[in-house]
Design a protein around this ligand. Structure first.
Ligand SMILES: *[C@@H]1O[C@H](CO)[C@@H](O)[C@H](O)[C@H]1NC(C)=O
Ligand SMILES: *[C@@H]1O[C@H](CO)[C@@H](O)[C@H](O)[C@H]1NC(C)=O
Ligand SMILES: *[C@@H]1O[C@H](CO)[C@@H](O)[C@H](O)[C@H]1NC(C)=O
Ligand SMILES: *[C@@H]1O[C@H](CO)[C@@H](O)[C@H](O)[C@H]1NC(C)=O
Ligand SMILES: *[C@@H]1O[C@H](CO)[C@@H](O)[C@H](O)[C@H]1NC(C)=O
Ligand SMILES: *[C@@H]1O[C@H](CO)[C@@H](O)[C@H](O)[C@H]1NC(C)=O
Ligand SMILES: *[C@@H]1O[C@H](CO)[C@@H](O)[C@H](O)[C@H]1NC(C)=O
Length: 787
């Protein structure tokens, strides 16, 4: 009977169902909603919310002519799981299937309204995704810096605060009928290679930083104050629902004809556990995210959205996800068409019980959001909570905290206010607006914009008389015809600021880079302007991935360089405030800036992080690449100087083994000392020990400033195939000039000293580990022994 019904619907719905069958874990599977938008027009797209306050409102049921008592899913005395089960049990199979896309059609017969699952909030609410939309009554939302720049602040509290601001704006739009409450953000794939087009969306190349960002941002979006430590995670209330994406080993978009839709990522268990999956694990375990999105690509031959080991076993069981798993746009169709996966046409295999379970995951999330019962604490949020002064100031603060000072010859910066009456502000980004907000912000084909734009020109105009010349027609800078006027203004102005770099025409979703140079004639523009400038020359680079600007680093006529990421709607003000010393920069690079020849040495499609000696490929990221760089991971200068002193540290850790804990072997290089018990599996340890260090940070310069203290560990010398070093903790601290602060770190031993072996097992090696603080200002050993 069910099989017959299914067959009838299968022509159009086969792909959805197949997916559920294949993954056993799936919930929402969406169609190409964007295609639909263009096809049937903006006004037919369902808003995130209808005109009711909440589903189980007795008055609403009365109005619908339905007896609420016959719907136990509206009974608040029952648990969400019981209610979700009841709701699903009341639906026909036809109704169930209609809830499986991003647009859920609802079931009027039982009072279930439509719901649009797809909204985006990568760095502020966006009009990408039909669940959120803007019109004349709600035209704007705050566009914070893109994640790659916000990450550069290395400030966990900032990441969380931005999440809170975004979810406040989301609740306000929901109340206004302009948004749903489920956001498919953040993007937490590791920026494995500088060519990848989506680095703009990520928190950089270090899995621990990415995971820490994810957990903080997700908690900012999701947590209802006071319920962060709720015991029953199935009923923990949600402010909005976040989604960590794209799981997993997804970081090739479109490179030399290799597209994400057909890309088969060949990854080792080691890289999967250590690099690709780690941020997702932290997002689920530390962030308690309520959704994970699987990616388009295959992982070792199996589409990521069809791998029960990854989805069901790893995410749902091992990490204990409380929420739903969603497939990326069309990835089911992609699975069938591009991967030719299984070559199936077998509708009968789909079991209805799997659909039921998937739907239950969905409804528990909607119940936690209060869509069934209401969530009174957010009902008063409205238009005044969107683009509030507080949020606009937070966007500016995030840009200031993220911007990285890369060069500052002879302390030329900050420029003294008033000493430079005229300023040449030149370069293809000198008047940047939309470029500053990057992607997942405001797509031009839909209504909606940021609260406002403060372009670099606007920002500098509060510090002097601005002489503007773009120097190039766009960032591709195809010819040198506009260089002359830029050189001209530089010769006559008292200081020169060149705002250059790249944008979404060079690095973007579906667009990987082929080289690491500035495009077209930008290098000529910069050199000629610098050469001709009357006053000091400051170069500002807008980009996500690193750019090989060795020429500028080595050119003595370019006195200072800043990296501004894509700094969000307030970016121009932040850049100007830093250059004129209103704010002392403290950001650090979240990715390695490789030299240009790096990309000639290995293809983007080789997923491996470690050097591949058989092909002569170098390693990737600071953890595995020790060649020359333009600027290393973690690099960043300040207008002041800091001095570190180790005040206290754990030097010895002894772990007593029980008879159930067995020593694991580790490969050691010949001629190095190998302990008799080389390691224990972390799964076999209680991992409740912490080691501590206290670092005094003294501001020995004459300006107040922020310092990011980075703590790395190095495994015992001799172990084959481990990382060069591994970031295990960081803290950002404000230190007034001439004063000092002591920062305490207490680091979990397994998290801080663990490694992943070549089989993908997490192990805690014994022996002499090394702790490195900052650039090596402090180095000390920790001896770990088993007995
Ligand atoms: C709410 O929506 C229903 C169904 O679309 C409609 O009949 C009703 O008039 C609406 N009520 C208000 C107050 O807009
Ligand atoms: C980190 O961010 C928080 C929240 O925005 C801010 O209050 C704090 O000053 C920042 N810390 C530093 C050291 O800049
Ligand atoms: C369809 O799937 C069922 C259950 O897995 C299997 O027994 C059957 O042989 C399949 N039919 C076809 C045509 O592949
Ligand atoms: C800067 O760009 C804006 C559009 O974003 C434009 O209206 C304005 O005229 C430009 N300014 C100059 C000086 O060209
Ligand atoms: C720099 O300027 C000098 C004098 O204006 C000129 O002779 C020289 O060619 C310029 N160099 C570059 C690299 O533009
Ligand atoms: C910085 O600290 C080192 C020792 O940690 C000390 O030798 C040096 O004098 C200090 N520098 C300043 C400027 O305080
Ligand atoms: C280490 O020594 C063993 C035995 O002497 C030898 O078989 C092996 O190839 C050596 N390994 C390396 C990496 O030199």
């Amino acid at each position: 009977m069910h099989a017959k019904q299914l067959q009838a619907m299968a022509r159009t719905l086969l792909t959805f169902l197949l997916c559920i069958y294949l993954t056993l874990a799936f919930c929402v599977i969406y169609t190409d909603a964007r295609k639909r938008v263009t096809k049937i027009g903006r006004d037919t797209v369902t808003p995130g919310r209808s005109n009711f306050t909440y589903i189980c409102d007795p008055a609403r049921y009365a109005q619908l002519g339905l007896d609420i008592k016959s719907f136990p899913f509206c009974d608040k005395k029952l648990s969400y799981q019981v209610r979700a089960r009841d709701l699903v049990s009341q639906m026909t199979l036809y109704e169930k299937v209609r809830q499986l896309g991003n647009r859920a059609y609802g079931a009027p017969r039982i009072g279930l309204p439509e719901y649009e699952w797809w909204s985006e909030a990568l760095h502020g609410l966006s009009n990408v995704g039909p669940g959120t939309f803007f019109d004349d009554s709600v035209a704007h939302a705050t566009s914070f810096p893109t994640p790659i720049l916000t990450t550069a602040s290395f400030n966990e509290s900032l990441w969380n605060t931005i999440g809170k601001a975004v979810s406040t704006e989301a609740r306000a739009l929901y109340n206004l009928g302009h948004a749903g409450l489920t956001f498919w953000s953040p993007t937490i794939n590791v920026a494995r290679d500088p060519r990848w087009g989506r680095i703009i969306e990520t928190p950089g190349e270090d899995p621990f930083v990415v995971g820490t960002y994810a957990a903080n941002y997700v908690r900012g979006l999701q947590d209802v104050e006071g319920t962060e430590h709720f015991k029953d995670l199935n009923s923990r209330p949600l402010k909005v629902s976040a989604c960590c994406k794209h799981f997993t080993a997804y970081d090739v978009d479109n490179w030399k004809g290799v597209e994400r839709y057909s890309f088969d990522a060949k990854v080792t268990e080691q890289d999967l556990a250590e690099t690709f999956n780690r941020p997702f694990q932290m997002c689920v375990e530390n962030g308690d995210v309520s959704s994970v999105m699987c990616s388009y690509n295959r992982v070792n031959g199996i589409p990521a959205c069809a791998d029960p080991k990854l989805l069901k076993q790893t995410v749902r069981e091992d990490w204990n996800l409380h929420g739903y798993i969603v497939a990326d746009c069309d990835s089911i169709e992609v699975m069938i068409k591009n991967h030719k996966w299984l070559n199936v046409d077998n509708e009968t295999a789909v079991r209805e019980a799997l659909v039921d379970r998937s739907l239950q995951y969905l409804y528990v999330v909607l119940m936690r959001l209060g869509i069934f019962d209401g969530h009174s604490q957010y009902n008063s949020l409205g238009i005044n909570d969107v683009c509030s002064n507080e949020h606009i100031e937070l966007a500016a603060e995030a840009a200031r905290e993220g911007i990285v000072l890369l060069k500052n010859d002879n302390g030329i910066l900050p420029l003294a206010t008033g000493k430079y009456p005229s300023l040449a502000v030149v370069g293809p980004h000198a008047n940047a607006s939309t470029a500053m907000i990057g992607n997942y912000a405001f797509d031009p084909w839909n209504k909606g914009t940021p609260c406002r734009y403060i372009t670099p020109l606007n920002g500098f105009s509060s510090y002097g008389r601005v002489n503007y010349a773009a120097g190039c027609s766009n960032v591709k800078c195809p010819d040198g015809s506009l260089i002359g006027p830029a050189v001209q203004v530089a010769t006559t102005s008292d200081a020169t600021i060149i705002v250059a770099g790249i944008d979404l025409s060079i690095e973007a979703e579906s667009r990987d880079r082929l080289d690491l140079f500035l495009p077209g004639k930008q290098t000529d523009l910069i050199n000629q302007v610098a050469n001709a400038s009357k006053g000091p020359v400051v170069l500002v680079i807008m980009s996500a991935g690193g750019v090989d600007i060795s020429f500028a680093k080595n050119n003595p006529k370019i006195h200072a360089i800043l990296w501004s990421g894509y700094p969000g709607e307030e970016g121009g003000q932040a850049i100007a405030d830093i250059i004129f010393g209103k704010y002392n920069p403290g950001g650090r690079l979240p990715v390695t800036w490789y030299q240009a020849d790096y990309v000639d040495k290995l293809p983007l499609t080789s997923m491996q992080l470690r050097p591949d000696d058989s092909n002569g490929y170098p390693g990737r990221t600071y953890k595995f690449f020790d060649g020359p760089t333009v600027f290393p991971f973690g690099y960043g200068l300040s207008y002041t100087k800091f001095n570190y002193t180790l005040k206290a540290a754990t030097n010895r850790l002894q772990i007593k083994l029980t008879k159930f804990q067995h020593c694991r072997d580790l490969p050691y290089k010949n001629g190095t000392f190998k302990p008799s018990c080389p390691a224990i599996a972390i799964d076999d340890l209680r991992c409740n020990k912490k080691f501590k260090l206290a670092v005094e940070v003294k501001n020995v310069g004459n300006r107040d400033g922020d310092e990011v203290v980075l703590v790395y560990s190095q495994p015992p010398v001799g172990i084959v195939g481990t990382h060069i070093k591994n970031l295990i903790a960081f803290q950002k601290v404000f230190v007034a000039a001439g004063t000092s602060k002591t920062i305490q770190f207490a680091i979990n031993t397994c998290q801080g000293l663990g490694i992943v072996d070549s089989y993908g097992n997490a192990l805690l090696p014994s022996g002499a580990h090394t702790i490195i603080v900052g650039d090596g200002a402090i180095v000390f050993p920790i001896q770990l022994t088993y007995r």
